[in-house]
Design a protein around this ligand. Structure first.
Ligand code: NAI
Length: 429
């Protein structure tokens, strides 16, 4: 049952039964390739670590996320979920989740700004005791609109770099009133999801959306962080010539030593064929860059918010604007040059009409970490002060061990002598 006037997804759809069946099919396919979540399902179902908890979530509602949601419900929680981006929801998956009596899903693809925030409000109205965010919109809503809930919230988890940045800023201001795990920052998440996940899925989505090749293209990657590294590596692997723009001298040097060209965006703008922003920052590609670009370039963003490419400035410059393919909007300038924007400048690997998000295996890892972190905030709530917390290393290792076991990979173990040696400072030459 919904607790606010804002209706769950099932009330937005014409053929709910068909949507649920298709959503379930997508979830089953993903689960077949998620050994970590399957192992945790057995544990959560048997031990019910989340009994009595209400988990509020704002995440990309698609098949992989849905398997995390069901895992939390199997662990004994009531779950209320909505999207963390207006374009990344799969309505059929959202409907399949909403059919579960312990889950309410308010996520609907293509909602306007008002609908987006109404849905977040609807999740908060369930009075969560745990929050799971991708971008921090839920933590923000709780602190702004329902501070009365803070005393009963045991903790939260944050999935992405931008959310962790926002949380750390909030924490530095003394404004964050409950503990939140920086799930993004764990090795099992960031080294795989941000790097391989963003790299593979962004490039695949762009190629499928445009039917264009990477080979021989000048691909400009803005930001050489975890996501940028993945994008650059995979683009180079597809025979593109990679150009990196950066503001951090060490990251720029890393890109240079990897063999990529490094230059300011002002120069890259003149030679790039494809521009992909991965900075988590604003105004990365702006008017002065559009003015220099070649006819036919592709502009896409993989950062969390749609503020990296200045579309207002591009609209001002454009003499005409039209949808040239599904998921591609062409801005035609007065001199006839056409600049093609994918997925409205929102994160392309999730917001494009054909987007499927990260590969399943990668999200199995990220969501495995999410699940054990939710279990941890519930079981050991008193151990964590309000603020941002690193995920305990033992939890990250637990997820890695489950995955290795599922893959049938064995590794060596430290001997006692090795352990003693590594922990000692007395040994010299
Ligand atoms: P990061 O902090 O590792 O890397 C960002 C890089 O951008 C840094 O090296 C920084 O120096 C650089 N940068 C900042 N401003 C810049 C500018 N004006 N021009 C050029 N470079 C600039 O962050 P990470 O983990 O790579 O995440 C980047 C963004 O992607 C975040 O918004 C994150 O939330 C999002 N993300 C998106 C995913 C997706 O599925 N599309 C998956 C994971 C993260």
């Amino acid at each position: 049952m919904s607790t606010t006037a804002y209706p769950p997804v099932s009330e937005h759809l014409d053929d709910v039964e068909a949507a649920r069946a298709e959503g379930r099919r997508k979830m089953d396919w993903a689960l077949q390739h998620m050994p970590i979540l399957r192992a945790l399902r057995e544990e959560f179902e048997a031990e019910k670590p989340l009994d009595g908890q209400t988990v509020g979530m704002a995440m990309h509602v698609e098949a992989k996320t849905a398997n995390l949601v069901e895992l939390l419900a199997l662990g004994g929680a009531e779950v209320a979920i909505t999207g963390c981006n207006p374009l990344s929801t799969h309505d059929d998956v959202s409907a399949a989740l909403d059919a579960n009596e312990n889950i309410n899903s308010y996520a609907v693809r293509g909602v306007d700004e008002e609908g987006y925030y109404d849905a977040i409000e609807a999740v908060v109205a369930h009075e969560p005791t745990v929050t799971v965010d991708d971008g921090m919109d839920l933590v923000h809503a709780v602190h702004e609109d329902r501070p009365d809930l803070i005393d009963t919230i045991v903790g939260g988890c944050e999935e992405t770099t931008t959310g962790v940045h926002r949380l750390r800023a909030m924490d530095a201001d003394g404004a964050l009133k409950y503990p939140v795990f920086a799930v993004n920052d764990t090795p099992m998440k960031r080294l795989f999801d941000n790097v391989h996940g963003t790299g593979e899925s962004s490039l695949a989505t762009i190629a499928m959306t445009t039917n264009l090749s990477w080979a021989g293209k000048n691909v400009v990657v803005a930001g050489y962080g975890y996501c940028g590294k993945g994008v650059a590596k995979k683009a180079a692997g597809q025979n593109a010539n990679v150009i990196v723009t950066e503001v951090d001298p060490r990251r720029a040097l890393e890109a240079h030593m990897e063999g990529y060209e490094v230059m300011p965006m002002e120069e890259a703008a003149e030679v790039g064929d494809v521009f992909l922003t991965t900075t988590g920052n604003r105004d990365v590609v702006v008017r002065e860059h559009f003015e220099r670009m070649k006819d036919g370039v592709l502009l896409a963003n993989a950062g969390h918010f749609d503020i990296e490419i200045d579309l207002d400035a591009l609209s001002d410059l454009a003499a005409d604007r039209y949808e040239s393919r599904e998921g591609v909007e062409t801005y035609e300038l007065a001199d006839g040059r056409r600049l093609n924007v994918l997925a409205e400048g929102r994160l392309v690997n999730l917001a494009s009409p054909i987007a499927l998000g990260h590969p399943v295996e990668v999200m199995d890892q990220s969501f495995g970490v999410q699940a054990v972190c939710v279990r941890e905030v519930v079981e050991n709530a008193d151990a964590y002060e309000p603020g941002v917390h690193d995920v305990p290393d033992a939890l990250d290792r637990e997820v890695a061990e489950i995955k290795l076991a599922a893959e049938g990979i064995e590794i060596d173990a430290l001997t006692e002598a090795q352990e003693e040696y590594m922990g000692s400072w007395q040994h010299g030459t």
